[in-house]
Every structure is written in C-alpha cells, then in structure tokens.
Design a protein around this ligand. Structure first.
Ligand code: BEZ
Ligand code: FE2
Length: 407
C-alpha cells in the first residue's frame, strides 16, 4: 500500500485541501492523512512538493500514432487540400514512422500527464508500441472503405486487426475497440456490421463525424470539393450515405463522435439523446481550417465532450497542456475560470466515460492513475487553480499508472 499526500486533490471539479489517498493498483481510501496513516501504518508515504495538485491521470481520447512522422509533409490550412496531401504522402509517412518514433510520442504524452489514450489505428502497425507503452490504451481498430466491391476484403482485414488487439497480454493494458473512419469513407453495409460487432463485444466505439463543411456538402448534396476528390482518387461521384442514415446507425450504442464541428444543433441534440459523447480537437480543427466547435451548444444540450490532440497529422505536439491552452484561445468568448474547470473535467471524468475506463476520478475503486501538477507558487485564490494549472504546466511533476510511478 502507498499513501500520497498533496496540497490539493482534484475531486468532483473542486480542489480539496487536507486529504490524502491510499492506493495499491486501485484507489483504496480517500481520507485525512492522519486517518490513512493509522489504518495503513506500513504504507509507503509519498509527499508531493508544495503547491502540488493531485489529479486523476489525464486521458487523450483520440490520437493517430501512425502519423507521428509528419512535420511538414501534410498541407495545413484547409480540409480538402490536407486530405489530398494525406493520400499523397500516406505511404512515405508510414515508412518513416517506426516504433522508436511512436514510443517517443507516448513518452511525450506521459510527461504531460496522459495515463490513458485512445489510439486510432488504420493499419495495426502501432499495436506493439501500444503494448510497450506504460499507458492504458483503448486500441481503436479503424474500418475504412466506401467502395462496395472491396468492402468484404476490407472488413476481413479489419477483423484480423481486431483479433490481434484481442490477443494482447492483460499487462499491456490494451482494450480492443472499434473506430469507423467517417461517413464519407465507410460503406453502410460494413458500417452496420462493425457497429454490431462493437455492441456484441461491449467494445468502445468511435467515429469521425462532420469535421468539415466539404463533408457536410458532399453528404447532403453530393457536390463540393469532395466530388473532385472522389473522382480523382476513387473513380466515383456519389456519396454512399447521408448524414441522417449514418448518425442513426449508432442509435443503439453510445459512441464517441470526433470533431462534429459542422453538426447542427438538431444533430447534436440527437447525439445527446442517444447517450453519445464528442471528442473536441481544438488545434486540429484550427490547423485544418474546419471552423470552431460550438461548445456553447454542447453545454446547453448537456452533451459531454472530451478534449483530444488528434494525431501529429494535424497537430504540432501530443502534449495535453498545449491542447488545453489552445482551447482557451480558440473559445475566446467562454468565461475563463469556469471554462478552465470544464476543460479539466473533459480530460478526466468525461474522457473516462467516453472510453469506458475505470479511471478519470479520485474515487475509491478507480485505477490508481495519477498526474501530479506542481504550481510555481502558492495560488493566491484557490478557486483559480484550474486556470493556473493549464497556464503554468508543460509537464507533470510525477505520473502514476496502476499505482506504479513512471515519471
Ligand atoms: C474511401 O475508402 O472511400 C476513402 C478512404 C480514405 C479517404 C476518403 C475516402
Ligand atoms: Fe482523427
């Protein structure tokens, strides 16, 4: 047993003083330090530095490790030129991306306090890295393919990758999961099969959804920038589904919908009514010029969201604090202090629910996954700790996963 004492514990969106945690692989008790020391006299005592906040480990719900080699290959600024540059450079980027490179990115996430992440895997090439990485990984095997002719082959390949992720050792902390690439790129027949598979096996499910205006126009009218794209690369000129049909395919199983920047209020209300959640990727959205997610609408609807980095294919780092600072700037109209608090909830409690992880809060029975964040001085007003955490942190002071210290 270990006991950790810090100046503040982040519990239920508040910063509580004079509490400590007793834990092994899981949180066993949250109580006054003197009570815990009495109950567990042989426990190893860990005293955090002054002005340290003990948070549950942060959760990055959406990242593409396979694209970690991108620095300047992909074209930023506007969605369709970016997507075309992905098609053009995909093979080169995959070639350049080796295990060392991806492990370095997992370490970068770890140092920023990320103890769990959702890895979107197109090819399965990062499975070994995700097994080696200390973090919990929800391994989202991605289904892609809009052409009915190749659908069975692509589905078969997807099933093989699912199986591989199911055969990982429990010690690797991998959860097999299903990702649908996007409404424009997945044929409705295999979409239905994949959703049923996720549901039958109780696997987390995620999909990119309404990321760009071009996607909306293509799915609604079969026109716009996607038309030329599909003619050029796929020799087709009609979409395989529409927004309503795609969205309803997920009606019976809560899913993590990534981006949703171009979703209407009605569509977001529908997602809420079915128990879904949203992954918000502020820097990715900004760099691909797709617009700003209307967090105001999500708040009004009580539609939960996580904040995620997306991959280096549309970002400049996988550091979760870089992402939170970008969110503060992108949503410049949001009241600063409450929004900072909401962002911390998004990368802990709400992210854990979206990925179905037993972590994300400092409650008895949860995994002992922690990020200790040391503030540079005593916060003058404790009610502003969320903001100071986001503004003053590049890296966590210490990181624990399943009760073991990794940073
Ligand atoms: C498709 O298979 O239709 C597709 C794949 C990648 C990007 C866009 C579409
Ligand atoms: Fe993504």
């Amino acid at each position: 047993m270990k006991i950790i004492i810090a100046d503040y514990l982040y519990i239920d969106g508040r910063f509580v003083e004079n509490l400590a945690i007793a834990f092994d692989s899981h949180i066993q008790a949250v109580d006054l330090p003197e009570n815990l020391l009495e109950t567990y006299p042989d426990a190893e005592l860990i005293r955090a530095k002054p002005y340290t906040v003990l948070y549950p480990g942060f959760i990055n719900t959406h990242v593409h490790l396979e694209f970690s080699a991108n620095i300047t290959s992909l074209k930023f600024g506007s969605f369709m030129p970016w997507l075309s540059s992905v098609i053009e450079h995909r093979d080169d980027l995959m070639q350049e991306c080796n295990n060392d490179m991806m492990l370095r990115e997992c370490q970068q996430m770890l140092r920023s306090g990320i103890t769990a992440f959702g890895a979107i895997s197109s090819f399965g090439t990062e499975l070994e890295v995700c097994e080696l990485a200390p973090q919990r990984v929800v391994f989202f095997n991605e289904l892609i393919g809009s052409n009915a002719q190749y659908a069975d082959i692509l589905y078969g390949d997807f099933l093989e990758r699912i199986k591989a992720s199911q055969s990982c050792e429990p010690s690797s902390r991998i959860t097999p999961a299903v990702a649908i690439h996007a409404p424009y790129s997945v044929h409705p027949v295999i979409l239905q099969r994949a959703v049923s598979l996720a549901k039958e096996n109780n696997m987390p499910l995620s999909t990119h959804f309404l990321e760009s205006e071009a996607e909306r126009e293509w799915l609604t009218y079969g026109s716009g920038e996607f038309k030329g794209f599909f003619e050029q690369y796929f020799n087709t000129s009609t979409p395989v589904t529409n927004i309503t049909e795609f969205m309803h395919a997920f009606d019976t199983y809560p899913t993590h919908f990534v981006h949703c920047v171009q979703a209407t209020g009605e569509e977001l209300a529908h997602l809420q009514s079915r128990g879904h959640s949203v992954a918000h990727c502020p820097r990715s959205n900004r760099y691909l010029g797709v617009g700003r997610l209307h967090l105001e609408t999500l708040n009004e609807l009580n539609l939960p969201y996580s904040v995620a980095t997306d991959g280096l294919s549309s970002n400049d780092s996988l550091n979760i604090f870089d992402e939170l600072r970008a969110a503060l700037m992108l949503h410049h109209q949001a009241p600063l202090q409450p929004f900072a608090l909401k962002l911390l909830k998004a990368i802990t409690e709400d992210a854990a629910k979206a990925l179905r992880l037993e972590s994300g809060s400092l409650k008895v029975g949860k995994h002992a996954d922690f990020a200790l964040i040391s503030l540079p001085e005593l916060p003058k007003r404790p009610e502003e700790i969320a903001l100071w955490t986001i503004l003053h942190t590049r890296e966590a002071d210490a990181v624990f996963i399943e009760g073991e210290q990794y940073v």
